[in-house]
Write a protein that binds this ligand. Structure first.
Ligand code: DX5
Ligand code: ZN
Length: 218
């Protein structure tokens, strides 16, 4: 089975969003990655739960919501009610990561913990038994179009080893700088869900880009 591709809508054309959503869905992307930024945890500001609510009926793709916000426990319920299928919360963004994940699970939504490039895998070890997905950031969060950080490969491998040793079932997602050149090392290290923003949406044949990423992770 090939890797799951989660195109990041952050790099889409906002004046043609419906077109850009349908395009990646038709191309076989299983997830749609939605980057929520609060201007505080990261410098940029993006969209909120009302936007997700409007998007929900427009697509059958799994809505993969990445919260780059301080104290995410304040808004996880709103994103769950809006129709998110997966909600990711950064371990660096709250003193209550366990509570935030519990709140997501209580809503019947898949819970994901996220770590920045500078955060070690050990920081999330205590919650690995309760998550459906772990997101290893392969760039510093906040912007699309950055360069993949090779130092993150070791963390993906570490996480995969821990997953196998403990018999955990979570998916391992990576986000940032993913393209046809960087995806292989991450796939070989154990990642199975791949966010791709600028690589997919740079205007030249997004469907072919998705096919390429799928072929490289098969
Ligand atoms: C970065 C975001 C990413 C971003 C990835 O903060 O979390 O999801 O859209 O974009 P690319 O694939 O261009 O690095
Ligand atoms: Zn993201």
């Amino acid at each position: 089975m090939s890797g799951i591709i989660s195109p990041s809508i952050l790099s889409a054309d906002y004046t043609n969003l419906e077109r850009d959503v349908k395009l990646v869905e038709k191309a076989g992307a299983e997830y749609l990655h939605i980057d929520v930024m609060d201007g505080s945890f990261v410098p940029s500001i993006s969209y909120g739960p009302n936007w997700v609510k409007q998007l929900r009926p427009e697509t059958d793709m799994i809505l993969d919501v990445h919260l780059m916000v301080i104290n995410p426990e304040k808004i996880v319920d709103a994103f769950a009610d809006a129709g998110a299928d997966i909600i990711g919360v950064h371990v660096e963004a709250t003193p209550h990561i366990h509570r935030a994940l519990q709140m997501i699970k209580n809503k019947g939504v898949k819970a994901e913990v996220v770590i920045n490039p500078g955060t070690p895998v050990t920081a999330i070890e205590p919650v690995l038994d309760m998550v459906d997905q772990v997101l290893v950031m392969t760039v510093n969060p906040g912007f699309g179009g950055q360069k993949f950080l090779p130092s993150t490969i070791k963390k993906i491998a570490q996480l995969k080893a821990l997953k196998d040793a403990m018999g955990y079932q979570f998916d391992i997602e990576i986000d940032g700088g993913v393209n046809n050149e960087t995806i292989t090392a991450a796939y070989e290290a154990g990642a199975n869900v791949f966010v791709a923003g600028s690589y997919v949406y740079d205007k030249v044949d997004p469907a072919a880009k998705i096919a390429t990423l799928k072929a490289l992770t098969d």
